[in-house]
Design a protein around this ligand. Structure first.
Ligand code: TYM
Length: 323
């Protein structure tokens, strides 16, 4: 039995990058009976950037509803908000004391955020340690994530290794699982799709808002009548990730044939999302309109998660002489 664990921050609404890069691969793993999965909403991490509780709670519910809309089986597995297992904050202090300053100062995500954000707080700096705690607190074996989290997983292993070296086998060493095919989903401007770049596609928006969102995908200025290069177009790249082989072949010949504009391609992408995800969009909206149903499932998961967290934390406290 392998323990699969992953989390999504509630710093914004869940987007196509989160869904294809982390949620769907994680849910596929969770459907294997040999696995036991812990999926959560990293609402403590989102406090590094989102200070308004109302916005954070709305985002947290949106991420939770997305997990359920894509079919995460919460009866078989464990589903929770990070903040509702406060043991993670206690472990965070212990592991802060084992995280070398230069390692944290070299984190890509910290460098990127500290260059862009006005509020560069200590939470952003120790973000990777809290993430290590999320993983180590539950004895996770496999962590399905997008490529941007690779360095965080390496730091998690480094912290766990050096702790184990001093105190014996306290922590399980986790492995990242990164799906090569969907490693980095592009956003509407061609950079990595990210809440912090404001270039996301939220597939759960109303039809009208989704269409507007997709029509903003950046394209070059090749005239309508000329052939277009599918290999260098963001709309095509996104279409390719979602469509089946026949649909991809047809779209490729539209691009190469000429007299097919980027507007046509974006309309086709919009229609594909609406039809492909109609069930997921309906389930998501059902949960957003009935937050009590979400709460019910989360409370059950949080009780299960806390039990595991307490056992692991006891192991740590005992070797550190705090038991
Ligand atoms: P977050 O919320 O930024 O993203 C959640 C997951 O989605 C993946 N992802 C992408 N994958 C492909 N293409 C993209 N454009 C894209 N954008 C996001 C991310 O790689 C990630 O897997 N630190 C984490 C949250 C976290 C966590 C954890 C994850 C906290 N504790 C413990 C795993 C285990 C984060 O910010 O993810």
């Amino acid at each position: 039995m392998a323990r699969i664990l992953t989390g999504i921050q509630s710093s914004g609404k869940p987007h196509l990058g989160n869904i294809l890069g982390a949620m769907k691969p994680a849910i596929d793993l969770s459907n294997d009976d040999k696995n036991d999965s812990f999926f959560f909403i990293a609402d403590l991490h989102s406090l590094t950037t989102i200070k308004d509780p109302k916005v954070r709670i709305e985002n947290t519910n949106a991420v939770a509803a997305a997990w359920l809309a894509f079919g995460f089986d919460t009866a078989k597995n464990t589903f929770y908000r990070q903040s509702r297992v406060p043991e993670v904050c206690e472990l965070n202090w212990y592991l802060n004391c084992f995280a070398p300053y230069p390692m944290l100062a070299n984190a890509h995500s910290f460098k990127d955020k500290s260059d862009r954000l006005a509020d560069v707080n200590a939470g952003l700096f120790v973000y990777p340690v809290l993430m290590a705690c999320d993983i180590l607190l539950y004895d996770a074996n496999i962590v399905p994530v997008g490529k941007d989290q690779r360095q965080h997983l390496e730091m998690t292993r480094d912290i766990a290794n050096s702790f184990n070296h001093q105190y014996g086998d306290v922590f399980v060493l986790p492995d990242a699982q990164i799906n090569e095919e969907v490693m980095t989903i592009p956003g509407i401007d061609g950079q990595k799709m990210s809440k912090s770049y404001g270039n996301t596609i939220d597939i759960f928006q109303t039809d009208k808002a989704l269409r507007k969102n997709i029509m903003k995908i950046v394209s070059d200025s090749t005239p309508l009548e000329d052939p277009k290069d599918p290999a260098n177009d963001i709309t095509f790249s996104l279409f390719e990730l979602l469509a089946d082989d026949d649909q991809i072949a047809e779209m490729k010949s539209n691009y190469l044939g000429g007299n097919y504009g980027y507007g046509h391609a974006k309309q086709a992408l919009y229609e594909l999302i609406i039809s492909k995800y109609s069930k997921e969009r309906e389930t998501y909206n059902h949960y957003i309109e009935n937050p009590a149903l979400l709460e019910e499932q989360l409370l059950i998961g949080e009780e299960k998660a806390r039990k595991v967290a307490r056992e692991v934390l006891d192991r740590v406290k005992s070797v550190l002489g705090f038991a």
